[in-house]
Design a protein around this ligand. Sequence first.
Ligand code: FES
Length: 333
Amino acid sequence: TEYTVAIEPLGAEVTCREDQTVLDACLREGIWLPHACTHGTCGTCKAEVLEGEVNYGDASPYALLESEREEGAALLCVATPREDLTVEAEVDVEEGVDIHPVRDYTGVIESVEEAGPRVRKVIIAADTPVSFNPGQYVSLASPTGEVRPYSIASTPQDPSRIELHIQLSDGGVVTEGWVFKSLAAGDRVSFTGPYGKFSWRPLREQPVVLLGSGTGLAPLKSMVRHVAETGSGHQVVLYHGVATRDDLYDKEFFTELDEQNDWFSYRPALSKDTWNDRTGRVPALLAEDYPRAAGNVAYICGNPAMVTDTMKALMKARLFPRDIYREDFFDSA
Ligand code: FES
């Protein structure tokens, strides 16, 4: 069964199957609605259901409170229609940020590289070009049908070669049970995307501070390479937080880029090791380097604790939330 979903205040209408989420129906039609996790936990996609009934799906009770549900709110990334709907969402696409409809893609694994002790760098040769903004992610499907989000580390300039950084999660059915166990060059894979509101803002010309931990480096690497490939002229500082030197990956690439370009600075933040005589996590090094951060634009990607601590350090240095973009990474098992 299919239903019609009207999106206010856009005045747009999409067709949505009864087993399809409202968000999916919109994103596939090129109607961008705010979203981040796409699995009912972050609350970014919360919207008002003005008319009609939905199934709430797997909405976390923390992301959608019982009282909000009673007042007519739903999480569109997990809500499916039970009849024709009218929903009201806050749609604020920033100028210069392109909208790329979500599509299903297939491809063949070009390489699986051991990037660090617990990180695999996977490159997929996509059968058709993938359009996305630097910073966005795809959902990769395992052979058993499990789906996991991974940020794209490659750039839109090379749309048929998708690079992902995958962190081992002990006991994880997708990482330990598949990617780290048997995934190899030549395997066929499928994925959907692009997803997420964490997108490079091309029109913001201020100096850029990129702050990542672990495989939170992936979307930031896409941004750095995008600036390099397009010659956008942005000044970029990249912090990468890990425990030791051995956990750093892509350090040759970033070190060389730093040495050869005035616009780029690479600053590993090692919590149990030193780099340029410094030891410390990302927020600590940031605070040292930026007593005042006003005038910059920051992009943060890491686990929720790292993101929160880094936000605090930036705000203490007088950077306002409107100049900070964040992506919370969860351990994806
Ligand atoms: Fe829907 Fe996170 S709860 S995008």
